[in-house]
Design a protein around this ligand. Sequence first.
Ligand code: ADP
Length: 403
Amino acid sequence: MNVFVVNCGSSSLKYQLIDAQSEVVLAKGLCERIGIDGSRIVFKPACGKKSGEKITIEAPMPDHTNAIRMVLDCLVNEDYGVIRSLDEIGAIGHRVAHGGEKLASSVLLNDDVVKEIEECCELAPLHNPANLIGIRVCHELMPDVPMAAVFDTAFHQTMPRKAYLYGLPYRYYTDYKIRRYGFHGTSHRYVSQKAAQILGVPYESLKTIVCHLGNGASICAVENGRSVDTSMGFTPVAGLVMGTRCGDIDPAIVEYLTEKEHKDVHEINRILNKESGIYGLSGGLVDFRDIRKGCQEGDEKCLRAMDVFMYNIATRVGAYVAAMNGVDAIVFTAGIGENGDQMRKDICEQYWGYLGIKIDDEKNSLSGEDVVISTPDSKVKVLVIGTNEELMIARETMALVKE
Ligand code: ADP
């Protein structure tokens, strides 16, 4: 069965068509600048006459209905399409940012579920409304195709109370749902499952710590197949220092800054999300490749950003070793985790010696492969695994449709 995976943002849409049996990607791409001048669609077929090519079409896309129509047209295009008709799409899987406490696992979509997702909009005001647009448009264009929602938060709903409650008046949790939710759940689940598979150990008997290090970054402690703690919080701004997000800071800084900078709390919040983290520390760099290059050249701004980033990762992992009273495997994933070989080596050597970790330099320098980078005698295994949220969404969707 082919599953159409949709990740709908407010002005963009990422998609993949995946044969869920063979797990082969038939096509993928994105629509950019939806509703804005200069919109375009990128379509990359992975089979058919134009397999491996990148087709870019610049065309007006006033709204998401237009965008999804264009994607569907590409999929069945005579010249570069990958299926003959839309009947070959058996199911649609939607990435949804926030499922709150009620939507604690992937679910087939119906009116009640849509209502629940709507209720979670106040918890994820930038993402859930856009995800809902994708859901509505797909339903409008393909009313008979079953659709599922896969939530970024769902994997973390197994966290115990001691990990998700904040030290705030308890009624803020009961009245306003303020708690740690965590995000990147689909990635953390995919990667921790894959680690168990690579190590040949049952998923249900492994203590894994996943470091998802992309522009957004989070760490998750996975004990016996369940998330027991994670670094993002009520929102994705919490936890690690990230590309532009500040991560954990003293909450009193917000009021202090409003006074010092004569800015309101919304503006400070924007700065914490968009102008902080690596960007703020380095004085304007956000791409990890630039930071790495700067570090090699001895640039002080890059060195301090890198130092803080690595220390954040190392100490958070230490906390999760305590949370699980041990760890069997630590996994690096996402853009920086998968490509930052020097950073991986430095963290392991500078901070994790107490875990008995030893790195195999040759394995660590391989790129683009899922690989164990620790030596065979390393007490804790360290792995690099390419994340694949779309495949996880396709798997979950197919499992629900087959039930
Ligand atoms: P997101 O999905 O959160 O936008 P990604 O997982 O795509 O993030 O990761 C983006 C980060 O990965 C960027 O900081 C980028 O510099 C870094 N990155 C991507 N490719 C490489 C590479 N070859 N070497 C080093 N860093 C890389």
